[in-house]
Design a protein around this ligand. Structure first.
Ligand SMILES: Cc1ncc(COP(=O)(O)O)c(C=O)c1O
Length: 393
């Protein structure tokens, strides 16, 4: 191993969303944070170096996107995903959630029903509801400890008039990397009922061995014409605080509308640091990513084995991708308050409590295992020990 993923970083007092809010959110500073989805690893050395060089310049004026930026994105998706993007399909946006929200605003009307598949990343609900639309939920179905899509229910929602869908691919929190035939079946329904798809593929590079991410828009030209794909280098390379992302839209009308809205809101300017970081990540971060993936996979297996040995009352979904472990705690309790009490007060660990992903997530927790294994071990040990006392009460 060339990169040291075992090294524990001190992220306290760095204005970290994850590390500097334990007291405020969970009642004590020593609650171990394994929740919000960033990683407790340094970004690839080339990214750090690019940012240092950029900072050293000392003037932080208005910036433009160099041509190398789009070129780095195009090359990455060709190399890693066998997906040939055209530079003119790319639009920059501050964040993937920004793209989702603008897309809901642009491609549906107030009062419309917008499809999602719960349990799902909480902002999916927010961007639908806060734009004055209604959530059309097609809950995923659990089969053999994995989520699968409910096509009958999706079709019913489409028949009832849902014309826009927010797809999470790979899926957060369930960790599914949708297979080609699953996506094709969804795509057939979208074509049959004229549904536009906003595909959030921010986790696309975080795929474990034996699985392959299929970009939804790459399935066919017909689907590319009705899809906007929201992407970023931020999950892959731990750059979330830079707040940079891009959308891929082959349909020129959709893209024009999106770009115009970005300009209307003055969201189109280029932040000073981002392009250099993204270029370095995509052009020089590949070896780092391959090692990271091996480390994450070992963490995933470690956590699953640890929980099954020490807390057989809970059941885990084995994620195909992401660095998020979805844990069914209903064998312990289904009471959301009790789960929070168990995590934050008794075990002093902060996983995400599952009901924030929709009611289908009640009784679950989501563990972010993108951290050094020793830290993951400590958190699991604390959780299992506390949960065992709950049991014996
Ligand atoms: C599925 C999904 N989409 C979007 C985001 C956040 O993207 P951004 O920070 O670019 O808005 C996350 C972060 O956890 C995520 O899991």
């Amino acid at each position: 191993m060339k990169y040291d993923f075992d090294r524990m970083l001190n992220r306290k007092q760095t204005n970290s969303y994850k590390w500097d809010q334990s007291e405020r959110l969970f009642g004590a500073d020593d609650v171990l944070p394994l929740w919000v989805a960033d990683m407790d690893f340094e970004s690839p050395p080339a990214v750090k170096e690019a940012l240092v060089q950029r900072a050293l310049h000392g003037t932080y004026g208005y910036s433009i996107q160099p041509e190398a930026y789009n070129a780095a994105i195009v090359s990455w998706f060709a190399r890693r995903h066998d997906w040939q993007l055209k530079p003119e399909w790319l639009s920059d946006a501050p964040g993937v959630v920004t793209t989702l929200s603008l897309a809901v605003e642009l491609f549906s009307s107030p009062g419309d029903r917008v499809l999602l598949q719960s349990p799902v990343y909480a902002p999916f609900f927010d961007v639908i509801r806060m734009n004055g639309r209604e959530v059309a939920d097609s809950p995923l179905v659990e089969r053999d400890g994995r989520y699968i899509m409910n096509y009958d229910q999706l079709e019913q929602e489409m028949q009832r008039g849902a014309k826009l869908m927010l797809l999470c691919s790979p899926h957060n929190p369930g960790g599914r990397v949708w297979e080609r035939d699953e996506l094709e079946r969804l795509g057939e329904l979208c074509i049959r009922y004229g549904v536009t798809v906003i595909s959030d593929e921010i986790h696309c590079d975080l795929v474990m061995s034996g699985h392959r991410h299929i970009p939804f828009a790459s399935l066919s030209e017909e689907l590319a014409q009705r899809t906007m794909t929201a992407l970023a280098a931020t999950k892959t390379f731990n750059l979330a605080g830079l707040h940079t992302s891009f959308a891929v839209t082959a349909n020129s009308e959709m893209k024009k509308a999106f770009d115009r809205r970005l300009r209307t809101l003055a969201l189109n300017m280029t932040p000073y640091f981002n392009a250099n970081a993204v270029i370095a990540a995509y052009n020089e971060g590949e070896a780092w990513l391959d090692e990271l993936l091996a480390y994450l996979e070992a963490n995933r297996d470690y956590a699953i084995d640890y929980l099954s040995e020490h807390l057989p009352q809970v059941k885990t979904h084995r994620p195909d991708g992401t660095y998020l472990l979805w844990v069914d705690c209903r064998g312990l309790t289904t009471d959301v308050r009790q789960i929070k009490e168990l995590m934050f007060r008794q075990a002093k660990v902060a996983f995400n409590e599952g009901s924030q992903y929709g009611s289908a997530g009640e009784g679950f927790v989501r563990i972010n295992y993108a951290c050094p294994r020793s830290f993951l071990h400590k958190a699991l040990e604390r959780f299992c020990r506390a949960a065992q006392t709950v049991e014996s009460k």
